[in-house]
Design a protein around this ligand. Structure first.
Ligand code: DP6
Length: 420
């Protein structure tokens, strides 16, 4: 190490992902090894991502982390496992200009600071741990000059949070459950990049909920201990679905993709219901969204939209293309109009061009929306549920992690090594 007191930093941005074939259940709690393969789509980091800056300095006395402005402890087993795995793979780092020289051995004694921000509200329950853990591992791997490919890094991120391993890639990603006891083959691989199927549009309905949800970690533990259905799912259903889903993605076969995505989300929630005590992640609003989508898809004769729900009530709706997305947004805004005091620009966020495609510029346009034809036809009264959705995020499939080289994007003060 050079004698000078320096601070060396790296900043990275990592996307979040949503599973279309769900991971639910571990066969090893410490290593985080799943009972089945899973497949996800990475969401555009412009709308949903974590940015993390990491720093190392001989002045740092212990490992520290700040998440969304608050200091959090890094002492948890999962963080410690990731840090240990990364330190053991660290290599020499040299920056002559700054007078920095770190040898492989130095990393055992050096401490790191981690500063992380999500560009979306953590409270919204949108897989923030996946992006967060993936970003922690990715940025530290760059800082420590870990010379391993993304799949090997995914096996480290997996030990932070299972779903995080799928955030190491853009596009469609498969987490292979693996067979080895030590987890070395439980890794994520990219199926296709984000350009392969770029006409998909994703709308997330952030559903208002006051209920405290069961965490994924404890929920899936209870499921494995008590549900008989989950065994059938992992052994009989998912293996076949994975093959079919890979095929649907490869061929951009939307009807097959939608059928599999919806069926898998529904089975995941069925397995939650089969758990003792039963877990209810979806609420009435979630169920209503499913019914509307099912009704519309049936009316059109071919699926326009796929829905999927994780460990919470939020709906992730994947539409075939922009036209279907605009029609979907019209329907969503018809059934779930904003509260009168909400401003449209905070009610529909992310890619607002979908709002233009839907012909909606202001609240008056929402009020003027007529009931969708599939509702008129069945003669069901078109009830509206104002306030049941907090807001919508329009996004699309996105890219994997990147290093941000522009130093102004760093979250760490390069002089002090503390959050800016
Ligand atoms: C429903 O990855 O949050 O989102 O591995 O215990 O950290 P841990 O769980 P986590 O579980 C995610 C479950 C899910 C489905 C999925 O993302 O595949």
């Amino acid at each position: 190490m050079a004698a000078e007191n320096w601070v060396f930093t790296v900043t990275a941005q990592t996307p979040t992902n949503i599973a279309v074939i769900k991971y639910w259940g571990k066969r090893d709690e410490d290593l985080i090894l799943p009972i089945n393969d899973s497949i996800s789509v990475t969401l555009d980091p412009d709308h949903l991502c974590t940015t993390t800056s990491v720093a190392v300095s001989p002045d740092f006395t212990h490992d520290r982390m700040w998440l969304n402005g608050k200091e959090v402890s890094l002492s948890g087993g999962r963080y410690q496992n990731c840090l240990r795995e990364l330190r053991s793979r660290a290599s020499d780092v040299e920056d002559e200009k700054k007078g920095i020289k770190i040898t492989k051995k130095d990393w055992e004694k050096l401490h790191v600071h981690v500063v992380s921000y999500n560009n979306f509200p953590t409270a919204a329950g949108l897989a923030s741990s996946a992006a967060g853990l993936a970003c922690l591992v990715f940025s530290l791997a760059k800082l420590m000059n870990v010379k391993e490919d993304h799949s090997r890094l995914s096996a480290i991120a997996r030990q932070g949070s299972g779903s995080a391993c799928r955030s190491l890639y853009g596009g469609f990603v498969k987490w292979i459950m693996g067979k080895e006891e030590n987890g070395s083959d439980s890794i994520a691989v990219q199926l296709t990049d984000e350009k392969h199927w770029d006409d998909l549009v994703i709308i997330i309905a952030v559903v208002s909920s006051k209920q405290k949800e069961t965490s994924s970690t404890s929920g899936m533990r209870d499921t494995v201990e008590t549900s008989m259905l989950v065994e059938h799912r992992a052994k009989e259903v998912v293996p076949k679905r994975i093959i079919q889903m890979e095929e649907a993605i490869k061929n951009r076969d939307f009807p097959a993709f939608a059928r599999l995505t919806c069926a898998d989300s529904n089975q995941f929630h069925a397995v939650c219901l089969d758990t003792l005590p039963p877990i209810f992640y979806m609420n009435d609003t979630s169920h209503r969204i499913i019914s509307y989508v099912e009704k519309w898809n049936r009316f059109e004769g071919t699926p326009q939209v796929a829905y999927t729900f994780d460990a919470g009530p939020n709906a992730v709706l994947i539409s075939h293309n922009r036209k279907a997305a605009a029609q979907l947004l019209q329907r969503l805004l018809f059934f779930f109009p904003p509260q009168s005091d909400t401003d449209l620009s905070s009610y529909v966020i992310g890619d607002k061009t979908i709002l233009q495609d839907a012909g909606i510029q202001d609240m008056k346009d929402i009020e003027a929306l007529s009931p969708p034809p599939e509702i008129k036809e069945t003669n069901t009264p078109a009830q509206k549920y104002k306030g049941d959705v907090s807001y919508f995020i329009c996004t699309r499939p996105g890219r994997g992690p990147v290093v941000l080289t522009d130093e102004s994007r760093s979250l760490i003060n390069p002089e002090t090594g503390l959050p800016k």
